[in-house]
Design a protein around this ligand. Structure first.
Ligand code: ADP
Length: 156
């Protein structure tokens, strides 16, 4: 069984993340969407909220599981029997950071490959922080995020 992990902050999940998940699930038997629980990284939404929004958008996709992790990604990946780490690439600007992280993870666990998926061009400018800023300033974010996130942002 081929299992992959898609780690991230998902603070909150955007249509760009969902696009990557949809592409990735075609190549794996199971994809674990793993939310970083790291308390020192300040998040806008709580871990519970970030996970419940993901679960709501992914509930009709049987190959996808939502989980949380603390500490080193590669340790969690190993524990879950994962053979690939999925990351999304938007633009060249993502490359430096993602390259560094992929090489570091490979150094620690050589048998886990990092696999990159390119998002649809219409999400290539989209980030969670951009969505939070627009929502905070009263803008409409419904073309960037799923309905459950629009609701949660309004509540906040
Ligand atoms: P992190 O804090 O790990 O960067 P994010 O939730 O911001 O967490 O992103 C998780 C992954 O999803 C990263 O690989 C990031 O490049 C990718 N990603 C974020 N937004 C998009 C998008 N609009 N299209 C494609 N990939 C994206």
């Amino acid at each position: 069984m081929k299992v992959a992990i898609y780690p991230g902050s998902f603070d909150p999940v955007t249509n760009g993340h969902l696009d990557v998940i949809k592409r990735a699930q075609k190549f794996f038997d199971k994809v674990i969407v793993a939310v970083i629980a790291n308390p020192e990284k300040d998040s806008y939404f709580s871990l519970e909220d970030r996970m419940s929004m993901l679960k709501e958008c992914l509930k009709d996709m049987p190959k996808i599981e939502v989980d949380a992790f603390n500490g080193l990604l590669v340790d969690f990946a190993k524990k879950m029997g994962v053979s690939a780490i999925i990351r999304g690439l938007r633009a060249v600007s993502d490359f430096d950071y993602e390259f560094q992280m992929a090489i570091t993870n490979r150094k620690m666990k050589p048998d886990i490959e990092t696999v990159f998926f390119m998002t649809d061009y219409k999400y290539s400018y989209l980030s969670s922080s951009f969505v939070k800023q627009i929502a905070h300033l009263g803008g409409d974010v419904k073309e960037f995020v799923p309905p459950v996130v629009v609701r949660k942002l309004k509540e906040k």
